[in-house]
Write a protein that binds this ligand. Structure first.
Ligand code: ADP
Length: 614
């Protein structure tokens, strides 16, 4: 694992470089001026000043003269004498003290050694420095094949099961793995094989990574984490060599956990050729299989992989001895959502108005990551408003922001658009309100949010695992409510693009009902699942396991569902025209209506017999 040089390392390198430059200059100066800062003067000058009584001491060291003028305590000048010059130039010996000292050999020797050694050392250092730089680049270039797995320390960022709220059944499954890692002998002595691979299947953000880390945390073993997509690079063979490197590292640190996130990035069914560059993917996948098979029975390394699409994985990965244990992680239920919210609000100051249970009730279908995100957004909103504590209002705003995008209050709508939006949303709300199998209205607003003009929000009163045909049909009808309201008020050609996303969603639901849920009228109890398609000679093909006639029938079924939904929505809105006007007026006045306010405005709305299904 080659890390990018950090800023600190870069600064250190720069510092070292300049230190070397400074040292070299110093060395050059020292070598060229071995006598330090003594002033050079001529011998005749020395003799003249000595005879004038201005010099206190002349020291003779070989041919060197060191002169201490009067009033100084040590030599400040120097001169060179030819043998006999002092005398021949007429120095008067009574005017000055003359001392002859032995020539200091050590100084000269030191200097001559230094003048050789210092440059050599400096050049050596410089050379080493450059070599290291070059090596750094080199190892970066050669480091493709090294796995980028992150190793998490044991104590820092350690996660344990208690940090994960809910997910009880997954925790139970994984508790067993913790035991394997802690007491391998116990199992081996009975001839039990320790499982090699565990597949965590679940929606994104449900805590799969956290669970894998908690297994490592509980068992106190190192945790190597890598994402499937990191195996795949531009160069063929890189993925396979990364796998080899990763497994080698883990084996060296055994007992250990390898966590492969998004295993579907490399582990898709082979041969389908989807995703391009499948040679590389297949090689990587093969290498994973080889490594898993190559584990000896007592290699205490467990591989945990995560995916949200177990159905696309290559069957070879799921065979016994590989990822043969599957743990499904579901979206959290209400009480788990509350527990997760509690975990994420643990270190945040909240005031008495905050009702986490209510928020938990509203957030059906949210993952742990969504809830963590809501908690964080609430804190950000409170901080932005300069508050010391998070209140329920912040919580609601955060929830709505995460669920449908932030309010875009700044967007200016002209009066006509505003009125149209009010009719449109009122249409959704009334149809949903009146139909017996629809969820109740939670909120209606004509303030643009995210990518929409306004929002009508329905929330189930409790978590639901199944949806029946009546419920689906009411969802379709209320989705059509917006377009139908526009049509009733502005005429057939007065309809707008405002309903585009409603219609797309309605069509998707209708197709899903027919194709995946066996809820068609003629095509009841059959599913017509299409696979994701594969590439054959550069063309995406969809393998359709049904005939052309059935395909046509599916289209008819979808059309029938949509037409029926539109008819029901129209019946409701025609019958409740007065309520439509009232709700529109309220919306124009208040822009946003909460559940109670919306219900009050829709009081007296009735269900026409034409819209009844049962
Ligand atoms: P996944 O790997 O399934 O996509 P992660 O494990 O990365 O999900 O979870 C993302 C984040 O969501 C976590 O960092 C954590 O903050 C939060 N989270 C998810 N599930 C839980 C849970 N059960 N309890 C507490 N926090 C959770």
């Amino acid at each position: 694992m080659k890390k990018k040089p950090s800023r600190v390392t870069n600064m250190l390198r720069l510092g070292l470089f300049w230190a070397l430059v400074a040292l070299s200059l110093l060395a050059v100066w020292a070598v060229t001026s071995p006598q330090g800062t003594l002033k050079e003067v001529s011998v005749s000058d020395v003799v003249r000043r000595a005879n004038d009584g201005k010099i206190a001491l002349i020291e003779i060291q070989g041919n060197d003269l060191r002169i201490t003028p009067k009033g100084q305590s040590k030599p400040t000048e120097r001169s060179l004498k030819e043998p006999g010059t002092l005398y021949s130039q007429g120095l008067k010996f009574d005017k000055v003290e003359i001392k002859t000292t032995a020539e200091s050999q050590t100084g000269a020797i030191t200097w001559s050694i230094a003048s050789i050694v210092v440059p050599v050392v400096l050049i050596g250092l410089l050379f080493m420095f450059m070599m290291r730089q070059a090596q750094g680049q080199n190892s970066q270039a050669m480091g493709f094949g090294k796995s980028k797995a992150k190793l998490y320390g044991l104590d820092k960022e350690r996660v344990v099961f208690d940090d994960i709220a809910g997910n009880e059944s997954a925790k139970q499954d994984l508790q067993e793995v913790v035991d394997f890692l802690k007491h391998p002998k116990k199992y081996q002595s009975l001839g039990a094989k320790i499982p090699k691979g565990i597949l965590l299947v679940g929606n994104p953000g449900t805590g799969k990574t956290m669970l894998a880390r908690a297994v490592a945390g509980e068992a106190n073993v190192p945790f190597f984490s890598i994402s499937g997509s990191e195996f795949v690079e531009m160069f063929v063979g890189v993925g396979a060599s990364r796998v080899r490197d990763l497994f080698a590292k883990a084996k060296k640190n055994a007992p250990a956990i390898i966590f492969i996130d998004e295993i579907d990035a490399v582990g898709r069914k082979r041969g389908s050729g989807m995703g391009g560059g499948h040679d590389e993917r297949e090689q990587t996948l093969n290498q994973i299989l080889v490594e898993m098979d190559g584990f000896e029975a007592d290699t205490n390394v467990i591989i945990i992989a995560a995916t949200n699409r177990a159905d696309v994985l290559d069957p070879a990965l799921l065979r016994p001895g590989r990822f043969d244990r599957h743990t499904t992680i579901t979206l959290p239920e209400r009480k788990d959502r509350e527990a997760i919210l509690k975990v994420h609000f643990k270190n945040k100051p909240i005031d008495a108005t905050v009702d986490l249970d209510k928020l938990a009730a509203k957030t059906a279908g949210s993952s742990g990551a969504d809830l963590a995100n809501i908690a964080n957004e609430a804190a950000i909103i409170a901080a932005r408003q300069g508050k010391k504590k998070i209140s329920n209002e912040h919580l609601t705003e955060a929830f709505e922001k995460v669920a449908i995008g932030p309010e875009r209050k700044a967007k200016v709508m002209n009066e006509h658009e505003k009125e149209l939006t009010a009719y449109h949303e009122a249409g959704h709300a009334i149809v949903g309100h009146v139909l017996p199998d629809s969820d109740p209205v939670h909120k209606v607003t004509i303030i643009p949010r995210g990518g929409t003009g306004g929002v009508t929000w329905f929330l189930p009163p409790e978590d639901k695992s199944y949806t029946n045909v009546y419920e689906f049909k009411d969802i379709l009808a209320r989705a059509m409510g917006g377009r139908i309201a526009e049509k009733l008020i502005y005429g057939d050609d007065g309809i707008t693009t405002g309903a585009g996303s409603d219609l797309r969603k309605a069509t998707e639901i209708a197709r899903d009902m027919v194709i995946e849920q066996g809820m068609g009228q003629k095509l009841r109890d059959q599913v017509f699942h299409e696979d994701n398609g594969g590439m054959v000679f550069d063309k995406i093909t969809h393998e359709r396991p049904y005939s052309e006639a059935t395909a046509e029938e599916i289209d008819h079924e979808v059309e029938r569902l949509i037409t029926e939904a539109a008819r029901r929505a129209e019946a409701v809105l025609r019958k409740n025209r007065a309520v439509l006007e009232k709700l529109k007026d309220e919306l124009l006045l208040h822009e946003t209506l909460e559940e109670d306010e919306a219900n009050a405005a829709m009081e007296g709305a009735a269900l026409p017999t034409e819209a009844k299904l049962h």
